[in-house]
Ligand binder design. Structure first.
Ligand code: GLC
Length: 711
């Protein structure tokens, strides 16, 4: 498995050298030229010069010039000339920013995800970045959790195919090749299920639910040869994930055969003490090493505590050698020993970052992520000769690029419309501050509504500040702010069509406004080309094709609400008191998984399902009865009607995204194999059980044709 070069290198390394390779620091420690004084959380890390010079990795340094200098200065002092591994959080673009991942999931198009990853990899590699902490594949069911923005949603199948597309896009066929970077799947495991949707909170679920819902996308990354796995902050079964040998040794390494390296999340070793799991730094270091964590991110316990532990303990010396070999192997796979700078190039970087070609790719991906949620009386698409009123905090905002974007500034909707010579009038467009700064609403001068009285249509641009999304951004209330809701109601006095554009990074609670508006477009935080993508959909330069990858709840009180739920023994199939229901709210979400409208109209007919040998074959006719050519995502679900453990009422097993000409009809076919019908039984065996299956083919998880077969 390991080359002679790295085995020989290992043999020359001292214990300190080895523990250095197992440590990652922020670049500030290496940025001596700028005399970065290590204040705040870094100051108390007190590393010696020798320790810093032994460290093996850095994160979040973004320019070719800086990374070339850091690597050069580092190697000059490096005893064994082992290059630094330069990693970063490039999760939806590096300089050309693509839509947030929840929006990418709504494209239902793996090619869109792969385009993002390939473009991000190229821009990262010419800037001297070798690895990205992506894809984040945590399955999510709770929009109160800010990090739903980083996930592709609530479905194991969609998350898995999107995860593979991301890994393939970032890594290509060989991470050593030009323009490719290594990728790191995160956060293993089940970080997406914190109680109350509150970040870093307790996760508690059965092993069966973990395996059937939460693990598939991580496993898909491992099978796609992802090079690294990152631990999660949450506990699993009362043990901090990164110290959880069931997750890391039993499942990741033994069951799945993962040969890559594991990195802790940011200072997560410290948190084992806060959780009350490790007594002190030594216990923290031992626990993480015993669970196979190869690199400690931004905490000093391997470097500071593992020395004494391992000095006279073969068990830990062996574990350390295994970890160091994995780290050196990754650096060798990247070709860093032969070229420590890989693709870093200041001149090429200038011509690559945000190139016309990359921006065009971002635009073509972003428009696929927009979801048309409501379009009463077909008020959309708009006509370019219309007078368009623009209002709300996101009407002129450029801060809609999305969380974890290290480049700021998207093209605003207003600028995009102006560039297209659309006659716009702007009013009430103060930007919304951030709840992180204790700003919970936006000042709106409602008297400005009169400015819009001569417009033909009003675009109400509302949503949430991007700082209030992503990590550390949980919300207990997921409605629009009071003043944004009031503004929408105020617009009714104009008696004009009102179209709401939702600039959010999570499903919001929309019931308070849906009856006051004519159309709703979920436009997310779409990255650099945001305004242009929205403009193209508004004027039917692109017929909206997005479908929801996460359910929209009727109200926050309904959460968690997701399509692939269990039936319960008292489903609400009849209206009576003693069934599983709320007195004051339906059970169904406002908008279900897989839902999205188009300017076209797609009708399904002639579902034919047959068992052919060991597989189920299904075909269906899909007719576009409109004058607009459009893209439809035909969704194939199953229901395992009876099994040795209860099974979800519906499970997505395949999708076909097809373009259908106006007034045309096509046939779409699916094949369901026994392998696709497997699940974990009560003994955690991954099995197929014969029986009856509903095959459900349609436009979303609520609208489909159904046939039942036995297999
Ligand atoms: C953060 C995040 C993780 C990220 C890491 C490095 O805390 O949890 O997703 O990759 O630190 O920035």
């Amino acid at each position: 498995m390991y080359s002679d070069r790295i085995k020989e290198l290992l043999s020359k390394m001292t214990l300190e050298d080895k523990l250095g390779q197992m440590t990652l620091l922020v670049p500030d420690f290496f940025d001596k030229e700028n005399n970065v004084d290590l204040t705040g959380p870094f100051a108390n890390l007190e590393f010696s010069e020798e320790e810093i010079n032994s460290v093996g990795s850095i994160l979040n340094s973004f320019s070719a010039e800086k990374n070339i200098n850091i690597q050069k200065n580092y190697l000059e002092k490096s005893k064994h000339k082992i290059p630094l591994l330069i990693m970063a959080d490039i999760i939806h673009g590096k300089s050309t920013i693509f839509p947030i991942n929840l929006a990418l999931g709504c494209s239902f198009n793996t090619e869109a995800m792969k385009t993002m990853a390939k473009t991000a990899a190229l821009e990262s590699s010419v800037s001297g970045i070798h690895l990205t902490y992506a894809p984040m594949v945590d399955l999510v069911r709770d929009p109160r959790w800010g990090r739903v923005a980083e996930s592709t949603g609530e479905d194991p199948y969609l998350n898995s195919i999107m995860a593979v597309a991301a890994v393939e896009g970032y890594q290509g066929k060989d991470i050593k090749e030009y323009g490719n970077i290594a990728s790191c799947c995160k956060h293993f495991a089940s970080y997406g299920a914190p109680e109350g949707g509150r970040d870093y909170n307790t996760v508690d679920m059965s092993e069966g639910v973990l395996r059937d819902f939460y693990l598939p996308a991580y496993k898909a990354c491992v099978d796609a040869d992802v090079k690294m796995m990152m631990t999660a902050f949450n506990i699993f079964d009362r043990i901090p994930s990164g110290a959880n040998t069931f997750l890391y040794n039993d499942i990741l390494r033994k069951e799945w055969g993962f040969k890559g390296s594991v990195i802790s999340d940011y200072a997560a070793l410290d948190e084992t003490m806060v959780h009350g799991f490790a007594k002190d730094a030594k216990e923290a270091a031992k626990a993480y090493l015993e669970a196979g964590c190869d690199i400690e991110m931004m905490s000093p316990h391997y470097l500071k505590s593992m020395k004494d532990i391992a000095a006279n303990d073969e068990k830990y010396l062996k574990l350390i050698d295994e970890s160091v070999l994995k780290v050196l192997h990754l650096k060798e796979e990247l070709g860093l020993f032969d070229n420590p700078y890989k693709d870093a190039n200041i001149e090429i970087e200038k011509n690559t970052l945000k190139s016309k070609e990359n921006l065009q790719k971002a635009l073509e991906v972003a428009r696929q992520c927009i979801v048309l949620l409501q379009n009463n009386n077909n008020v959309l698409p708009l006509n370019p000769n219309m007078k368009v009123g623009l209002c709300g905090p996101f009407a002129t905002s450029e801060d809609v690029i999305g969380t974890w974007a290290f480049e700021k500034g998207a093209i605003s909707l207003s600028d995009s419309l102006k560039n297209s010579n659309i006659d716009i009038t702007v009013a009430m467009n103060n930007e919304l501050g951030s709840m992180q700064e204790k700003i919970f609403d936006v000042d709106i001068d409602y008297s400005e509504v009169s400015k819009l009285k001569d417009c033909d249509v009003i675009l109400a641009c509302v949503g949430e500040n991007q700082e209030d999304t992503g990590e550390g951004a949980s919300r207990a209330n997921i409605r629009l702010s009071a003043n944004q809701e009031a503004m929408i109601k105020n617009l009714k006095q104009l008696n004009k069509p009102v179209i709401v554009l939702l600039f959010s990074a999570r499903p919001l609670e929309l019931n308070p406004i849906i009856n006051d508006v004519d159309a709703i477009l979920q436009v997310w935080h779409l990255g650099t080309e945001s305004g242009n993508a929205i403009k193209q959909v508004l004027f039917n330069e692109y017929n909206p094709s997005g479908r929801l990858s996460m359910s929209f709840p009727q109200t926050v009180g309904q959460i968690p609400v997701y399509y692939n739920h269990y039936n319960t023994g008292r489903p609400r199939t009849i209206e009576m008191r003693y069934v599983s229901r709320y007195l004051d709210c339906p059970n169904e979400p406002l908008y279900p998984f897989g839902y999205g409208l188009s300017y076209s109209n797609f009708e399904y007919s002639n579902l034919n399902v047959a068992v052919v040998g060991e597989t189920i074959k299904a075909s269906v006719k899909v007719k576009n009865t409109s004058e607009h050519k459009g893209i439809e995502t035909v969704q194939c679900y199953i229901r395992d009607i009876k099994a040795s453990v209860v099974r979800p009422v519906l499970e997505l097993k395949a999708i076909e995204q097809v373009s259908i000409e106006a007034n045309s009809e096509i046939t779409v076919e699916f094949e369901i194999t026994k392998e696709m019908l497997k699940f974990h039984n009560a003994k955690m065996e991954y099995v197929f059980e014969s029986g009856e299956f509903d095959i459900c083919v349609g436009k979303n998880s609520s609208e489909y044709l159904k046939e039942t077969v036995s297999l």
